[in-house]
Design a protein around this ligand. Structure first.
Ligand SMILES: [Zn+2]
Length: 319
C-alpha cells in the first residue's frame, strides 16, 4: 500500500476528497496501514469488502459483522459524506482564529446545527496525547475567560453559569503549551497541575500570585511582579500571554458565546494549532501536514463523542 497523496491547499483538498475513493484510501492508510483492514468488533483481519455497499464483512460470526470506513471513528453513524467531513477538518485545523459553525454552514452547504456538531466531533481529533512532563524553561499563568463576573456581587456570581471560567496554562518556551480549565486559583488547585506537567528542577516563571508561593521547593521558581514590569531579563510569562491573546481572539471573534461546559474543547482546538505550528526542528508546519495529523486522531474517539451529545442538553443531532 502506498502512502496516500495529501493535497497542498484547501482548494485541492476539496477537489481531491470529492472522490470517495481518495477518502477511502486516506482513511484506510490512517487506520490500518500496518495490519490491513481489521474488524472493529473482534479485531480479525479476515474481512471481505462488499463493493456494492462500500462496507466490509467480518468472517467471524458475531453481532455488528458489517462495518464501514466510518465505524469506530468520529464519523461513525454520520450520513454526511467524507467529501464534507474532510474539508471541514481542513478548515478548522488550519484557521488561526478558528471557524464558526455559520462559516462551515455557508462554505460546505450543511445546516448550521449540523456544522456545530461536526466541529465538536472534529475537536476530538485535536486532543493532545500525554507526552510526559515538560522540562527546561517553563511559564505558568492563568487567565479568565468569558463572563463579566469581576463586577458582580459574590452571591450573584455563585449562581451564574456564565461566570468567568479560569484557565491555567503551562508553556515550555519554544515548545508545547498545555491549558486546562480549573475551578479556582487556589494554591491547592494550581500547584498540583504544575507538578503534573513540569519536571522537577525545571526553571519555572510565574507572576506574583500568592498561590504560586512554595513552588521553589521543587523548581527553580522566579517571579515577575507585573505591578512593576512585564519582563525582567528571562523572567516573564510572555509566551503564555501570547497564547491567551490568540485564544481570546478565537473565542470572542469567532465563537462569540461558548458555554463553560464546552470550553475545554475550544482549548483543545487552540492548543492543537499552537502545538503544531512548527516541527521539532523549528521548521514551520504547513496546512497539509496539520490536516494529516488531525486525520490521524479520528479513531477511538467514539465514546467521548457520545459524552458530547449526552451532555448537550436538549440538543439532538440533526444528522
Ligand atoms: Zn469481527
Amino acid at each position: 500500500m502506498n502512502e496516500p497523496h495529501i493535497p497542498a491547499t484547501l482548494q485541492a483538498a476539496i477537489i481531491h476528497y470529492a472522490d470517495p475513493k481518495n477518502c477511502m484510501e486516506l482513511l484506510i492508510w490512517k487506520r490500518w496501514r500496518d495490519t490491513g483492514v481489521t474488524c472493529p468488533t473482534c479485531g480479525s483481519t479476515k474481512v471481505k469488502f462488499m463493493e456494492k455497499h462500500q462496507r466490509w464483512q467480518c468472517s467471524t460470526h458475531h453481532p455488528l459483522r458489517q462495518f464501514s470506513i466510518k465505524t469506530g471513528t468520529i464519523f461513525e453513524d454520520s450520513p454526511l459524506g467524507l467529501d464534507k467531513w474532510l474539508p471541514a477538518m481542513w478548515l478548522i485545523t488550519n484557521a488561526k482564529n478558528g471557524i464558526s459553525s455559520w462559516e462551515i454552514h455557508r462554505a460546505l452547504g450543511v445546516s448550521q446545527k449540523t456544522a456545530w456538531f461536526m466541529l465538536h466531533r472534529i475537536r476530538l481529533t485535536h486532543q493532545g496525547k500525554d507526552s510526559g512532563k515538560l522540562g527546561g524553561h517553563i511559564e505558568v499563568d492563568e487567565t479568565f475567560i468569558g463572563g463579566k463576573a469581576r463586577n458582580m456581587h459574590a452571591s450573584k456570581r455563585a449562581n451564574n453559569p456564565f461566570e468567568k471560567a479560569v484557565v491555567m496554562g503551562v508553556l515550555k518556551r519554544g515548545g508545547e503549551v498545555r491549558a486546562t480549565v480549573v475551578q479556582n486559583r487556589e494554591k491547592s488547585t494550581l500547584q498540583p497541575i504544575v507538578e503534573k506537567h513540569v519536571r522537577k528542577g525545571s526553571n519555572v516563571y510565574t507572576d506574583e500570585l500568592i498561590s504560586y508561593w512554595g513552588l521553589d521547593e521543587k523548581f527553580a521558581h522566579q517571579v515577575i511582579n507585573h505591578a512593576e514590569k512585564y519582563v525582567d531579563g528571562n523572567i516573564h510569562t510572555n509566551g503564555l500571554e501570547n497564547f491567551w491573546s490568540l485564544l481570546k481572539r478565537t473565542l470572542k471573534g469567532t465563537y462569540i458565546s461558548v458555554e463553560p461546559f464546552h470550553l475545554f474543547r475550544y482549548l483543545d482546538e487552540q492548543m492543537f494549532r499552537y502545538n503544531n505550528r512548527k516541527h521539532a526542528d523549528g521548521e514551520l508546519m504547513n496546512d497539509a501536514e496539520r490536516f494529516d495529523l488531525a486525520v490521524a486522531g479520528i479513531v477511538g474517539k467514539r465514546i467521548m463523542y457520545k459524552q458530547l451529545t449526552g451532555k448537550t442538553e436538549g440538543a439532538t443531532e440533526p444528522f
